[in-house]
Design a protein around this ligand. Structure first.
Ligand code: ATP
Length: 449
């Protein structure tokens, strides 16, 4: 094997290990798996969903609940086709596609080196044509063209079409933002790389409305905010890189885009993006805003109201790519007695399970009773993200919890029955502490912060 091939094999094997761990431990499954799978779709299991929810909660906490100037929205996925005509997606949301004349395999033309010969069968490749990635559907019982609708390819338009509603309801002063978390759909030509490129995925997006002259200032500001959040959830920041996207690669609405790329095992690729959408969307939806003078100026009788079309800086985050990059950031292996043991070293604040509770032996009713009623039940009621684990011996339980990424394992043993203390084992150091049952809640709360 050459150095490159060895490196590729190692990188592929990391992805294989992660995909297999995600399935084995109930994080992520192939969509429609029992019928052979539906390309570009995934179903989330209990722990993957918990992780995804924690990521979304951390985002909402920082960018919506933690700010005075942000308004949440949850718009319908189906929207009138005029939305997508005005936004330019009907005309321009397309990827270049190339098809093999022999085996009919389809490729993204911008992602293959040899645009003449098929990499699958060696057949001749046809002409490049533009393929619109929006999923089309019909709304209502009629099948005339006015019933055509699309599954949204970005959540952003749900915010633009509610711009006026938000202004009328809350009277926000510039700058202010709208934020949304929700599903987006793209009929990707070649979905691939596990959660990286799917046909159905989730986005967390902000449209931040500003005066046009302020765009550079807020572009820099949001770059910093995005980086802070990535660090906060525990992404390996040495793998995150900024890319100034050249004009020819930018989306049709963007005058400047910076991508945050991540070193995935399959290459350095986009994780999140930041775009300066100018007044493109509001203008196309024929929306405007009455910009009033600041309070102090108004009181002094200075300044006057002007009708403007605000400009927009858009920080956008893919939930699924966040999950994948986070798992890749925290994945670690430990070799012991000739055996490789995988860990997911999630921060306690983001881990799908904060702690697992075990009776030392599951055939001792007094231990099970104590563990269940005095430890598990109160912790579960307080934190929710608590697992009961009495399967196999303690070593096996620790290993299972390490794979799930559980930071703490709490064990109830015979001493507990007399000293009302439990053993708490730390995932990362393997160290064990004796903690009073009465102090457990406080102990865990401090770790989550
Ligand atoms: P790419 O160039 O990789 O196709 P994009 O530039 O088209 O991505 P955006 O339109 O900026 O992506 O979408 C915003 C975010 O949504 C991306 O930064 C990414 O995190 C996520 N995203 C986009 N497409 C997909 C997809 N097919 N599967 C999973 N996440 C996606």
């Amino acid at each position: 094997m050459t150095k490159d091939t060895k490196e590729n094999a190692r990188e592929n094997s990391v992805m294989e290990k992660i995909i297999s761990l995600c399935k084995r431990r109930g994080f992520v499954f192939q969509g429609s798996e029992i019928y052979g799978g539906l390309g570009g779709t995934f179903d989330w299991g209990h722990y993957g969903l918990a992780l995804k929810n924690n990521i979304k909660k951390a985002w909402w906490k920082k960018f919506v609940d933690g700010r005075k100037d942000m308004y949440g929205v949850d718009a319908a996925i189906l929207m009138r086709q005029e939305v997508w005509q005005a936004s330019g997606h009907v005309k321009g949301f397309a990827d270049p596609m190339i098809e093999c004349e022999k085996c009919k395999e389809k490729f993204r033309a911008d992602q293959i080196e040899d645009k003449k010969k098929c990499s699958e069968c060696g057949g001749k490749l046809g002409e490049v044509r533009q393929f619109n990635m929006m999923f089309q559907t019909k709304v209502g019982a009629s099948d005339n063209s006015s019933a055509t609708s699309y599954l949204r390819p970005e959540t952003a338009q749900g915010m633009f079409v509610n711009f006026k509603n938000t202004v009328d309801a809350f009277h926000p002063k510039l700058p202010f933002g709208m934020a949304q978390i929700g599903k987006a759909f793209r009929n990707e030509i070649t979905p691939r790389d596990f959660l990286f490129r799917q046909r159905e995925f989730e986005q967390m997006e902000i449209e931040y409305f500003i005066r046009s002259e302020d765009w550079e200032k807020y572009f820099e500001y949001w770059k910093g905010e995005m980086m802070d959040w990535m660090e906060e959830i525990g992404l390996d920041m040495s793998k995150v890189h900024e890319l100034e996207v050249p004009k020819e690669d930018r989306a049709h609405y963007s005058s400047r885009t910076v991508d945050f790329e991540f070193d995935y095992p399959f290459g350095k690729k986009e994780l999140f993006g930041l775009a300066y959408r100018t007044d493109f969307d509001l203008k196309n939806h024929k929306l405007d805003y009455i910009d009033e003078p600041a309070d102090a100026e108004a009181m002094a009788g200075k300044g006057k109201s002007t009708k403007i079309v605000p400009h927009v800086v858009e920080p956008t985050f893919g939930v699924d790519r966040a999950v994948l990059a986070l798992i890749l950031s925290v994945y670690a292996e430990d070799k012991k007695d000739g055996e490789t043991r995988p860990f997911l070293k999630f921060k306690p604040s983001i881990a799908p399970v904060i702690c697992a509770v075990s009776p030392l032996l599951k055939n001792k009713p007094e231990l099970v009773e104590y563990a269940n009623t005095k430890v598990y039940a109160p912790l579960k009621a307080e934190f929710g993200r608590v697992a009961w684990d009495d399967n196999g011996n303690i070593g096996k339980r620790y290993r299972r919890q390490d794979e799930i990424g559980t930071p703490f394992c709490v064990v109830v043993d015979f001493d507990t029955l007399t000293d009302n203390a439990v053993t708490v084992r730390d995932r990362d150091t393997g160290e064990q502490e004796r903690i009073k049952v009465a102090d457990l809640g406080k102990y865990i709360k401090e770790k989550i912060l």
